[in-house]
Ligand binder design. Structure first.
Ligand code: KIV
Length: 264
């Protein structure tokens, strides 16, 4: 692990990376030590995602996640980061009700959590919220395509944009969100060709997850790429480790050694 490139990443660095055709590498994270480890690897951006509902709490979707939970995890991750840019998710229900509540909640993520940007799911229906937040100086990451907070509307976690009509809507949403002030946009679960078109059309960086290789950057969920999620691995995920197996082997050894009087 090196500290060579330990200059703090800012929103300007992320925007410049697109201009300089440098890939932006992102991960989700939910706790202090994991944040500390991935920060030392020079990850560009860390997201405290509402995916914590599934991979941290064990829920079947992200809908139950609260503002207090995101703030709790954001604070922990923040303490572990020196370099990476920190984004916190606005959970379901925290920005849909009215303008003042959306602004109040985004401010909490910045003030209490220590986030440098907030991420919101939705297309043109959230453009006004994005505009309001950016006008108050809050960096906004948009999130379109497969939006887990819309799971009931989508009828499950399904690839989006297969029909030309929906693909056009996703493209239109991307442009509207850029105009509203989003500085970055997550493209989740859409066909690679559509992600590629959006990436070329937009001035702001696109971050893909299950959206092919042409996005300006990629994000993966911590528990997926490390092989900790033993319930389900999305088809687009590459596992870079089998941490669940390591935990199992170490735990079995510990149990065995205590039983046999080898440890302590
Ligand atoms: O909640 C999350 O972790 C996310 C990423 C998968 C982009 O939104």
């Amino acid at each position: 692990m090196s500290d060579i490139n330990s200059k703090k990443i800012t929103v300007l660095d992320l925007k410049n990376k697109k201009k300089n055709c440098e890939k932006i590498v992102c991960l989700t994270c939910y706790d202090y030590f994991s944040a500390k480890i991935i920060d030392k690897c020079n990850i560009d951006l860390v997201l405290v995602g509402d995916s914590l509902g599934m991979v941290f709490k064990g829920d079947e979707n992200t809908l139950s996640v609260t503002m207090d939970e995101i703030i709790y995890h954001t604070k922990a991750v923040k303490r572990g980061l020196k370099r990476a840019f920190l984004v916190a998710d606005m959970p379901f229900g925290s920005y849909q009700v009215d303008k003042s509540e959306a602004i109040k909640n985004a401010i909490r993520l910045i003030k209490e959590g220590g986030a440098e940007a907030v991420k919101l799911e939705g297309g043109k229906e959230i453009a006004t919220v994005v505009k309001n937040l950016t006008e108050y100086g809050i960096n906004v990451v948009a999130h379109i395509g497969l939006m887990p907070q819309y799971v009931h509307k989508m009828g499950g976690f399904k690839i989006q944009g297969k029909s030309s009509e929906i693909a056009e809507k996703i493209m239109e949403d991307a442009l509207i969100l850029q105009d509203a002030g989003a500085f970055m946009i997550v493209l989740e679960g859409i066909l690679p060709e559509l992600a590629s078109k959006i990436t070329h059309k937009l001035e702001i960086p696109t971050i893909g997850i299950g959206a092919g290789k042409d996005c300006d950057g990629q994000i993966l969920v911590f528990h997926d790429y490390l092989g900790i999620n033993i319930d389900f691995t999305p088809s687009f995920v590459k596992k870079y480790a089998e941490v669940a197996n390591n935990i199992k082997t170490a735990t079995e050894r510990y149990i065995d050694e205590v039983k046999k009087g080898i440890f302590p």
